[in-house]
Write a protein that binds this ligand. Structure first.
Ligand code: DGT
Ligand code: CA
Ligand code: CA
Ligand code: ZN
Length: 574
């Protein structure tokens, strides 16, 4: 079993225990265990098999969890999970994803109506039976019905980070086989879309057929949906994400890669361009219409070139003007992950982060960064123990001392300052003035009317110390839409005041999305791409933010954290 799957068993069990109203200690230990295991570079199963090792070496795993892990590796489940599954059907877990319903309500609904499915819950709301339960009313029924509709819309999709992880596991597996020349991800994952419906993979090489055979027998495959001569589709892992694999001959790999990368909208325009040029394009190649002669098929570059186009990076293939730009040789030189020199949004144990400043700095240094900004929360986030003015000023001084001493990477003293409901900053100006880097973010009152939210954000931009507008729309993928406001007005004002917009690389946010990035850029905005790390392992999420920037047509020059420290500081002081 992969670490990811083991972690999932633990967190599912914790969810079921929460529904059962069990004590918090055990639940927390399962959840902490799950997150420790997910972040582990080694496989738990390898550690368990090694007599010289103990899983209790891992921070977050005690004796109790160690025996649970042993049991999981032996039989794929553990006693506590089995008990919980006897009490509540696994479908109850799905109800936790409906906004407006907590674990207690789910338990109550199960006890009264024996309902544990989305369809059943929908019926209860329509028949106005939910409101017969204590503390539930007609308003809640309406809210739950809305949440169910939203849930259905987004379900069946997966976060880019999750799909990438699955794709990379298989690609690594194929590349380790003999006789495989290439293994590549195609589809929406290759285009860096923030959520994907399924994972599309291509392999080529003399042993591509063997790769197909090995694919359907891979241990993480739970179900084989289709198995043909040169393609197969399977379901993987407990989440049941679909993975499609195609085994191809080398001579048409480029054509297949182009076809299966999509998007469909991009390919449709490409095909009509081919037709106008007397050619036809399909997954086997580009052919002349008059005599069926093959024009190009082995590489994507040769196909685009034969169509009179520069090669178009996958992230741009959404039929948003990229084909015209490629024809006129004016595609932007997109930013690359290797150009990132620092990370400008992260948290530490001072507030709700899981590691100290020194640990975060060391991990960032190991990534080759030149600088980071530590941006803990401000006091409005009381639950996170946010900084008040005194702590912020003390922190700025501490950072100056650390930089003087030197720890191998430059630290900017930052703050993620809450934007209060009225648009004022959570901390007073004289405290903010002590800091190198203030990110202003909305974390509360997200349900304002658009006009009020716009005024609030415009007011926030008036604070002269704000350098960045953090996770600007507040969206949480597949969970919460961004809050409504007049984005263009705010972008124009931010550009005028030289406030950057953040592209938050946290996989659940990826906020801003590509259309907003392009819109903001058209108003002169510059950007930072930041991980918002709450743990050293989150620093590795940077490429997802870079993918959004690329989808938004950004170059390195548009993104401040590709600059050298000297240039960054100069830009910030202007
Ligand atoms: P997803 O999986 O929903 O996130 O989106 P994609 O883009 O990965 O779509 P998917 O997996 O259905 O198909 C992969 C690619 O294959 C798609 O981007 C373009 C190509 N493709 C699939 N079906 C069609 C089709 O009916 N027409 C054309 N032109 N291309 C298709
Ligand atoms: Ca796909
Ligand atoms: Ca597919
Ligand atoms: Zn935040």
């Amino acid at each position: 079993m992969e670490n990811r799957e083991i972690a999932q068993l633990l967190s599912e069990t914790a969810d079921l225990m929460e529904i059962a109203g069990e004590d918090g200690f055990r639940i927390r230990s399962y959840r902490n265990g799950a997150s420790a295991i997910e972040g582990l570079p080694e496989r738990i199963e390898d550690i368990l098999k090694n007599p010289a090792r103990k899983v209790t070496e891992i921070a977050g795993i005690g004796k109790g969890l160690a025996s649970v892990l042993k049991e999981i590796s032996e039989r794929g489940s553990f006693e506590r999970r089995d008990q919980m599954l006897e009490r509540y059907p696994p479908t109850a877990l799905e109800l936790l994803k409906i906004q407006g319903l907590g674990p207690k309500s789910i338990a109550l609904i199960w006890e009264h109506f024996r309902v544990s499915t989305i369809d059943g819950l929908e019926r209860l709301c329509r028949e106005q039976k939910l409101q017969t339960l204590p503390r539930m009313g007609g308003k809640l029924e309406e809210k739950v019905l809305r949440s169910i509709a939203q849930y259905r819309q987004r379900s069946g999709r997966f976060l880019l980070s999750f799909a990438t992880q699955i794709a990379n596991e298989f690609i690594g597996f194929f590349r380790a086989m003999d006789g495989i020349d290439q293994a590549t991800q195609a589809g929406s994952g290759r285009r860096g879309k923030e959520t994907v419906g399924d994972v599309d993979l291509l392999v080529t090489g003399p042993n591509a057929d063997a790769a197909l055979e090995a694919f359907v027998k891979h241990p993480s495959v739970h179900e084989v949906l289709v198995k043909g001569e040169n393609k197969a589709s399977v379901k993987v892992g407990l989440e049941g994400i679909q993975v499609d694999l195609r085994a191809l001959p080398k001579h048409n790999y480029g054509a297949a890669l182009q076809y299966f990368t999509g998007s469909k909208e991009h390919s449709i325009v490409l095909r009509s361009r081919a037709l106008k040029m007397g050619m036809t394009l399909n997954e086997y190649g580009l052919f002349r219409l008059d005599n069926n002669e093959l024009v190009a098929s082995e590489t994507e570059e040769s196909i685009y070139a034969a169509l009179g186009l520069d090669w178009i990076p996958p992230e741009l293939r959404e039929n948003q003007g990229e084909i015209e730009a490629a024809a006129e040789h004016r595609l932007p030189k997109l930013i690359e992950a290797s150009q990132i020199r620092g990370d400008l949004h992260m948290h530490t144990t001072e507030t709700d982060g899981r590691a100290s400043l020194e640990e975060m700095a060391e991990s960032a240094r190991a990534l080759g960064y030149e600088y980071i900004a530590i941006t803990d929360h401000s006091k409005a986030l009381a639950m996170a123990n946010g900084l008040d003015e005194q702590r912020a000023v003390d922190f700025a001084k501490r950072v100056r001392d650390i930089n003087k001493r030197g720890i191998g990477i430059h630290i900017l003293s930052g703050l993620e300052c809450d934007i209060k409901r009225d648009g004022t900053m959570d901390l007073a100006n004289d405290a903010l003035a002590e800091l190198d880097f203030v990110v202003a973010s909305v974390h509360s009152h997200m349900n304002l009317e658009a006009a009020e939210m716009t005024d609030r954000l415009l007011a926030a931009l008036e604070c002269p110390h704000v350098r960045v507008f953090g996770h600007p729309t507040g969206r949480i993928l597949m969970h919460r839409e961004g809050f409504p406001f007049d984005f263009e007005r705010v972008a124009r004002e931010a550009a005028r005041r030289k406030v950057c917009m953040e592209i938050n690389a946290s996989p659940e946010r990826l906020d801003l999305s590509a259309p907003f990035i392009r819109l903001a850029k058209s108003h002169g905005i510059r950007f930072v791409i930041s991980t918002d790390a709450h743990h050293p392992k989150h620093l590795h999420n940077m490429p997802y933010g870079v993918a959004m920037a690329r989808r938004g047509w950004l170059t390195a020059d548009d993104v401040l954290n590709t600059y050298s420290l000297a240039k960054l500081q100069k830009t910030l002081s202007n």
